[in-house]
Design a protein around this ligand. Structure first.
Ligand SMILES: [Zn+2]
Length: 249
């Protein structure tokens, strides 16, 4: 009997290691990841067991029933958000999740005053500054305003994990002296990065807030007056598919 048990146990371990490899280590284009990842995203236990915390991995939780999205905002000293960030998040959450938002703005401080942060430092920062009580909400996102990315210095925003979103204030400041243009870049970057947390890919049209040009800036290619802040049809259709998938659960 114990022989069978040992065999069964070894088989389970083998399957676990194989899946872990496909989900975490191998290129995300592999067929096992493509086919089965969304199935494993449906359970909080398998999300933890397989360390499924990439951008988009919390999409079913963000779309879960309930009429509100909890938004925590933390910021580094001197990098406070635009006063209209609450309005923006209301519009973005209404358009994408059909939810209202509850904003919690943390006091500044508690974040080291580095002029740039590596991806590793950003991940740690996201963990350290997260409000544990708020983070218990299934529909929860964490926005962190910070100086700049060391690994992606041309980015105005970045997502590395499932529920954290970084806005690079100094990176935006370097692009413009105009307050209006600054606000526009901040608003479009938030919408873009939030879209990634919902599982959206980059859109092909330049007029879509999910266009890659919204988060990565190259000098000499700035056209702020035409910067999109709205999700286009292509992204909204993609969202509808994700919404239906989350309801089908
Ligand atoms: Zn992007």
């Amino acid at each position: 009997m114990s022989k069978y048990f040992t065999f069964f146990f070894a088989l389970v371990v083998l399957v676990y290691v194989f899946l872990l490899y496909c989900f975490r280590i191998a290129d995300s284009g592999n067929s096992i990841n493509q086919t089965y990842r969304s199935f494993f995203l449906r359970s909080p236990i398998s999300r933890i067991a397989f360390f499924l915390d990439r951008p988009g991995d919390a999409r079913f939780e963000l779309f879960s029933p309930g009429d509100s999205l909890s938004v925590e905002i933390d910021y580094q000293t001197g990098r406070e958000p635009d006063p209209r960030v609450g309005e923006w998040m209301e519009r973005i959450a209404a358009q994408t999740l059909h939810k209202k938002v509850r904003i919690t703005l943390a006091k500044e401080g508690g974040i080291p005053n580095n002029s740039a942060f590596s991806d590793r430092e950003l991940r740690k920062l996201a963990r350290d500054t997260r409000d544990r009580e708020l983070a218990k909400n299934r529909a929860y996102v964490h926005i962190i305003y910070i100086s700049k990315s060391r690994d992606f210095p041309s980015n105005t925003g970045l997502v590395l994990t499932d529920k954290d979103l970084f806005i690079f204030s100094d990176g935006i400041d370097e692009l413009t002296d105009s307050r209006n243009a600054r606000s526009l870049i901040e608003e479009s970057t938030i919408a873009h990065e939030f879209g990634h947390l919902l599982g959206l890919e980059h859109a092909s049209s330049d007029d879509c807030v999910m266009s890659e040009r919204v988060e990565v800036y190259q000098q000499g290619k700035l056209q702020f007056e035409s910067l999109p802040t709205e999700f286009c049809e292509e992204s909204l259709r993609e969202l509808e598919v994700i919404r239906r998938e989350s309801i089908a659960h």
